[in-house]
Write a protein that binds this ligand. Structure first.
Ligand code: TMP
Length: 210
Protein backbone atom coordinates (compact mmCIF):
# COMPACT_ATOMS: atom_id res chain seq x y z
CA UNK A 1 0.00 0.00 0.00
CA UNK A 2 1.23 3.52 -0.73
CA UNK A 3 2.64 5.47 2.22
CA UNK A 4 -0.35 7.37 3.63
CA UNK A 5 1.90 10.33 4.41
CA UNK A 6 2.70 11.11 0.76
CA UNK A 7 -0.25 9.41 -0.87
CA UNK A 8 -2.00 11.63 -3.45
CA UNK A 9 -5.76 11.90 -3.76
CA UNK A 10 -7.89 9.56 -5.85
CA UNK A 11 -10.90 11.21 -7.47
CA UNK A 12 -13.34 9.29 -9.65
CA UNK A 13 -15.97 10.71 -11.97
CA UNK A 14 -19.21 8.86 -12.56
CA UNK A 15 -22.59 9.24 -14.20
CA UNK A 16 -24.80 7.83 -16.93
CA UNK A 17 -23.65 8.24 -20.53
CA UNK A 18 -24.34 11.77 -21.74
CA UNK A 19 -23.87 13.37 -18.30
CA UNK A 20 -20.95 15.42 -19.68
CA UNK A 21 -18.40 14.08 -17.22
CA UNK A 22 -15.51 13.93 -19.71
CA UNK A 23 -15.85 17.66 -20.50
CA UNK A 24 -15.82 18.41 -16.77
CA UNK A 25 -12.84 16.08 -16.21
CA UNK A 26 -10.68 18.16 -18.54
CA UNK A 27 -11.59 21.37 -16.69
CA UNK A 28 -11.08 19.74 -13.31
CA UNK A 29 -7.62 18.43 -14.29
CA UNK A 30 -6.58 21.99 -15.20
CA UNK A 31 -8.07 23.38 -11.97
CA UNK A 32 -6.13 20.87 -9.87
CA UNK A 33 -2.91 21.51 -11.79
CA UNK A 34 -3.38 25.24 -11.24
CA UNK A 35 -3.45 24.51 -7.49
CA UNK A 36 -0.02 22.92 -7.83
CA UNK A 37 -0.97 19.24 -7.93
CA UNK A 38 0.56 16.75 -10.33
CA UNK A 39 -2.49 15.20 -11.99
CA UNK A 40 -2.77 11.82 -13.70
CA UNK A 41 -5.92 11.82 -15.82
CA UNK A 42 -7.07 8.37 -16.81
CA UNK A 43 -10.18 6.35 -17.60
CA UNK A 44 -11.94 3.01 -17.30
CA UNK A 45 -12.30 0.70 -18.98
CA UNK A 46 -8.83 1.57 -20.25
CA UNK A 47 -5.85 3.48 -18.91
CA UNK A 48 -3.24 0.86 -19.95
CA UNK A 49 -2.53 -0.72 -23.36
CA UNK A 50 -4.28 -3.94 -22.32
CA UNK A 51 -7.11 -1.99 -20.69
CA UNK A 52 -7.66 0.00 -23.88
CA UNK A 53 -7.74 -3.25 -25.91
CA UNK A 54 -10.31 -4.67 -23.49
CA UNK A 55 -12.29 -1.41 -23.77
CA UNK A 56 -12.54 -1.91 -27.51
CA UNK A 57 -14.01 -5.40 -26.95
CA UNK A 58 -16.30 -4.28 -24.13
CA UNK A 59 -17.81 -1.43 -26.14
CA UNK A 60 -18.41 -3.43 -29.30
CA UNK A 61 -18.75 -7.19 -28.68
CA UNK A 62 -21.78 -9.05 -27.39
CA UNK A 63 -20.96 -11.08 -24.24
CA UNK A 64 -22.69 -12.28 -21.10
CA UNK A 65 -23.17 -9.71 -18.38
CA UNK A 66 -20.85 -11.66 -16.07
CA UNK A 67 -18.13 -11.72 -18.76
CA UNK A 68 -18.55 -7.98 -19.03
CA UNK A 69 -17.99 -7.60 -15.28
CA UNK A 70 -14.96 -9.91 -15.35
CA UNK A 71 -13.34 -7.99 -18.21
CA UNK A 72 -14.03 -4.66 -16.48
CA UNK A 73 -12.20 -5.98 -13.43
CA UNK A 74 -9.39 -7.49 -15.54
CA UNK A 75 -8.78 -4.07 -17.08
CA UNK A 76 -9.03 -2.52 -13.60
CA UNK A 77 -6.43 -4.89 -12.14
CA UNK A 78 -3.91 -3.74 -14.77
CA UNK A 79 -4.89 -0.14 -14.23
CA UNK A 80 -4.60 -0.17 -10.43
CA UNK A 81 -1.27 -2.02 -10.39
CA UNK A 82 0.42 -0.14 -13.23
CA UNK A 83 -1.05 3.35 -13.12
CA UNK A 84 -3.25 4.27 -10.16
CA UNK A 85 -1.35 2.84 -7.17
CA UNK A 86 2.09 4.03 -8.40
CA UNK A 87 0.71 7.53 -9.09
CA UNK A 88 -0.84 7.78 -5.61
CA UNK A 89 2.39 6.50 -4.05
CA UNK A 90 4.31 9.27 -5.85
CA UNK A 91 1.92 11.80 -4.33
CA UNK A 92 0.16 12.53 -7.63
CA UNK A 93 -3.56 13.15 -7.81
CA UNK A 94 -5.48 10.63 -9.89
CA UNK A 95 -8.52 11.78 -11.81
CA UNK A 96 -10.22 8.66 -13.09
CA UNK A 97 -13.12 8.78 -15.53
CA UNK A 98 -15.19 5.91 -14.02
CA UNK A 99 -14.10 3.22 -11.56
CA UNK A 100 -15.79 0.37 -9.68
CA UNK A 101 -19.00 2.31 -8.96
CA UNK A 102 -19.61 2.09 -12.72
CA UNK A 103 -19.50 -1.72 -12.56
CA UNK A 104 -22.05 -1.77 -9.74
CA UNK A 105 -24.21 0.71 -11.66
CA UNK A 106 -23.98 -0.73 -15.20
CA UNK A 107 -23.34 -4.46 -14.75
CA UNK A 108 -25.10 -4.67 -11.37
CA UNK A 109 -27.97 -2.17 -11.66
CA UNK A 110 -28.29 -2.10 -15.44
CA UNK A 111 -27.72 -5.78 -16.25
CA UNK A 112 -28.60 -7.50 -12.98
CA UNK A 113 -25.22 -9.08 -12.17
CA UNK A 114 -25.28 -10.24 -8.53
CA UNK A 115 -23.85 -7.75 -6.05
CA UNK A 116 -21.97 -10.57 -4.26
CA UNK A 117 -20.16 -11.47 -7.49
CA UNK A 118 -19.06 -7.84 -7.93
CA UNK A 119 -18.12 -7.45 -4.28
CA UNK A 120 -15.84 -10.47 -4.44
CA UNK A 121 -14.08 -9.15 -7.55
CA UNK A 122 -13.73 -5.72 -5.98
CA UNK A 123 -12.19 -7.24 -2.86
CA UNK A 124 -9.71 -9.34 -4.86
CA UNK A 125 -8.73 -6.67 -7.38
CA UNK A 126 -8.35 -3.47 -5.39
CA UNK A 127 -9.00 -3.89 -1.67
CA UNK A 128 -7.47 -0.82 -0.03
CA UNK A 129 -7.28 1.24 -3.24
CA UNK A 130 -10.53 3.17 -3.50
CA UNK A 131 -11.46 6.71 -4.53
CA UNK A 132 -11.28 9.34 -1.78
CA UNK A 133 -13.94 11.35 -3.56
CA UNK A 134 -16.44 10.39 -6.25
CA UNK A 135 -18.13 13.07 -8.31
CA UNK A 136 -21.46 11.78 -9.56
CA UNK A 137 -22.66 13.84 -12.52
CA UNK A 138 -26.38 13.33 -12.53
CA UNK A 139 -28.78 13.81 -15.42
CA UNK A 140 -32.18 12.16 -15.87
CA UNK A 141 -32.41 9.57 -18.67
CA UNK A 142 -34.37 11.86 -21.01
CA UNK A 143 -31.52 14.42 -20.94
CA UNK A 144 -28.98 11.65 -21.41
CA UNK A 145 -30.94 10.22 -24.39
CA UNK A 146 -31.25 13.64 -25.97
CA UNK A 147 -27.50 14.35 -25.64
CA UNK A 148 -26.65 10.92 -27.08
CA UNK A 149 -29.03 11.27 -30.02
CA UNK A 150 -27.52 14.71 -30.75
CA UNK A 151 -24.10 12.98 -30.90
CA UNK A 152 -25.50 10.31 -33.21
CA UNK A 153 -27.05 12.98 -35.46
CA UNK A 154 -23.65 14.66 -35.71
CA UNK A 155 -22.27 11.39 -37.09
CA UNK A 156 -20.66 9.78 -34.03
CA UNK A 157 -21.49 6.09 -33.86
CA UNK A 158 -22.91 5.16 -30.44
CA UNK A 159 -21.27 2.28 -28.57
CA UNK A 160 -22.92 -0.83 -27.12
CA UNK A 161 -23.81 0.85 -23.80
CA UNK A 162 -24.92 4.13 -25.33
CA UNK A 163 -27.45 2.22 -27.44
CA UNK A 164 -29.13 0.74 -24.33
CA UNK A 165 -32.77 1.55 -23.51
CA UNK A 166 -34.08 4.37 -21.33
CA UNK A 167 -35.12 1.71 -18.78
CA UNK A 168 -31.50 0.50 -18.61
CA UNK A 169 -30.28 4.04 -17.89
CA UNK A 170 -32.98 4.45 -15.23
CA UNK A 171 -31.62 1.36 -13.46
CA UNK A 172 -28.02 2.56 -13.81
CA UNK A 173 -28.94 5.93 -12.35
CA UNK A 174 -30.85 4.31 -9.46
CA UNK A 175 -27.85 2.09 -8.68
CA UNK A 176 -25.57 5.14 -8.61
CA UNK A 177 -27.94 6.90 -6.21
CA UNK A 178 -28.04 3.84 -3.99
CA UNK A 179 -24.26 3.88 -3.72
CA UNK A 180 -24.17 7.63 -3.12
CA UNK A 181 -26.68 7.24 -0.28
CA UNK A 182 -24.68 4.39 1.23
CA UNK A 183 -21.43 6.44 1.21
CA UNK A 184 -22.38 10.11 1.55
CA UNK A 185 -18.91 11.15 2.75
CA UNK A 186 -17.27 9.90 -0.46
CA UNK A 187 -19.86 10.99 -3.03
CA UNK A 188 -20.63 14.51 -4.26
CA UNK A 189 -23.77 14.44 -6.39
CA UNK A 190 -23.73 17.20 -9.02
CA UNK A 191 -26.79 18.26 -11.00
CA UNK A 192 -25.27 18.14 -14.49
CA UNK A 193 -28.39 19.41 -16.30
CA UNK A 194 -27.33 22.98 -15.39
CA UNK A 195 -25.22 25.30 -17.57
CA UNK A 196 -21.51 24.48 -17.78
CA UNK A 197 -20.44 27.45 -15.66
CA UNK A 198 -22.77 26.52 -12.79
CA UNK A 199 -21.39 22.98 -12.74
CA UNK A 200 -17.85 24.39 -12.80
CA UNK A 201 -18.63 26.65 -9.86
CA UNK A 202 -19.69 23.54 -7.91
CA UNK A 203 -16.50 21.74 -8.94
CA UNK A 204 -14.36 24.71 -7.87
CA UNK A 205 -16.05 24.67 -4.45
CA UNK A 206 -15.45 20.93 -4.11
CA UNK A 207 -11.81 21.23 -5.18
CA UNK A 208 -11.25 23.89 -2.56
CA UNK A 209 -12.38 21.46 0.17
CA UNK A 210 -10.16 18.55 -0.89
P1 TMP B 1 -17.18 6.20 -21.05
O1 TMP B 1 -18.02 6.41 -22.28
O2 TMP B 1 -17.61 7.03 -19.90
O3 TMP B 1 -15.72 6.26 -21.33
O4 TMP B 1 -17.46 4.69 -20.55
C1 TMP B 1 -17.54 3.64 -21.44
C2 TMP B 1 -18.74 2.79 -21.15
O5 TMP B 1 -18.37 1.71 -20.31
C3 TMP B 1 -19.90 3.52 -20.48
O6 TMP B 1 -21.05 3.29 -21.25
C4 TMP B 1 -20.05 2.82 -19.16
C5 TMP B 1 -19.39 1.48 -19.38
N1 TMP B 1 -18.80 0.90 -18.17
C6 TMP B 1 -19.41 -0.19 -17.57
O7 TMP B 1 -20.43 -0.65 -18.06
N2 TMP B 1 -18.84 -0.73 -16.46
C7 TMP B 1 -17.69 -0.26 -15.92
O8 TMP B 1 -17.20 -0.79 -14.91
C8 TMP B 1 -17.06 0.88 -16.56
C9 TMP B 1 -15.79 1.42 -15.99
C10 TMP B 1 -17.64 1.43 -17.67
Amino acid sequence: MPDPVIRGRFISLEGVDGAGKSTHAAWLADALAARGHRVVRTREPGGTPLGEALRQLLLTQPMTHETEALLMFAARQEHVVNIIAPALARGDWVLCDRFTDATYAYQGGGHGVATEFLRELEERVHAGCNPDVTLLFDVPPDVSRKRLSDCARKGRELDKFERESAAFFERVRAAYFERAHAEPSRFRVIDATRPLNDVRADLARIVATL
